[in-house]
Design a protein around this ligand. Structure first.
Ligand SMILES: [Zn+2]
Ligand SMILES: [Zn+2]
Length: 273
């Protein structure tokens, strides 16, 4: 039980409880739209930043935009970008083995939230992320990862008051946690497998909509180096479409494509990241 409940995990649970505040603040559909908007805005940075940039380096960008990616991803309250990416690299190295941090073999709840609350996983393994740990501003953001979510919450409050804070930050952040964590829990359980990877990853259309493209998780475990997770036009991958628009604007460059050999279901899965 101590995995889930401790002084350090208190903010996580308090934010869940704070969701009941929706019954005590003014209601309008505009606030619901704000919650959804802030969910998807930040989900983009979780997948386009934490995941496709810091964890897998599937495209390139400038030093200042890299900072924006880390800062905005951290407004999701999922800890530092270096922490997130180092743990994710470890997951790919050991997916579904016993030491995998969110191995589905450890039970649904541990794979979903237990691993992130577990004090054993608190430290950043800098040796897994030394390519980004050389940037002092990223090291700072990794250490003081609470700064972006607090600034984000304060900004929403100053612009919109209590109801905006409750919907646009509290509810939205709790949904964003669980939306993101479905990739570790449900995406290793529900869906189809196109590729015979060595893990239990699945492709799931609904989860791809919830996570802006991360639901094509079997594709991703099969070939991690490409910027897109949806390999075919019908595999909707909004994060990728946004990154393409960013590349037109010159914010990012060299998005890595899916090579023809990786599309083939009988092809061998690539272990490179
Ligand atoms: Zn990944
Ligand atoms: Zn996975």
């Amino acid at each position: 039980m101590s995995t889930y409940f401790s002084v350090k995990t208190l903010p996580f649970w308090l934010l869940h409880i704070a969701c009941v505040a929706v019954f005590f603040v003014e209601f309008s559909w505009g606030y619901v739209a704000l919650a959804i908007g802030m969910y998807y805005l930040r989900m983009f940075f979780v997948t386009g930043g934490y995941h496709r940039y810091f964890s897998h380096k599937t495209y390139q960008t400038s030093r200042w935009f890299q900072f924006v990616l880390a800062f905005m991803a951290e407004t999701s309250s999922q800890k530092g970008a270096l922490w997130w990416a180092a743990h994710h690299r470890f997951h790919h190295k050991h997916s579904d083995e016993d030491i995998d941090l969110h191995s589905p073999n450890r039970g649904f709840w541990y794979a979903h939230i237990g691993w992130i609350l577990d004090s054993k996983n608190e430290e950043t393994e800098y040796k897994l992320i030394n390519d980004f740990a050389r940037f002092p501003e990223l090291m700072w953001l990794n250490r003081y990862w609470v700064v972006p979510p607090v600034l984000f919450a304060v900004t929403i409050f100053l612009l919109g008051g209590w109801a905006a804070l409750v919907w646009g930050f509290v509810v939205s952040t709790v949904l964003l946690w669980h939306g993101t964590f479905t990739i570790n829990s449900l995406s290793h359980r529900w869906g189809n497998r196109r590729y015979e990877t060595t893990d239990t990853s699945k492709n799931n259309f609904v989860l791809a909509l919830v996570t802006l493209g991360e639901g094509w998780h079997n594709n991703h475990h099969h070939y991690q180096a490409s910027t897109r997770n949806g390999f075919f036009w019908w595999e909707i991958d909004i994060t990728y479409y946004i990154l393409v628009v960013f590349s037109w604007l010159g914010l990012v460059k060299n998005l890595r494509p899916v090579p023809a050999h990786a599309l083939n279901p009988v092809g061998k899965s690539s272990q490179q990241d």
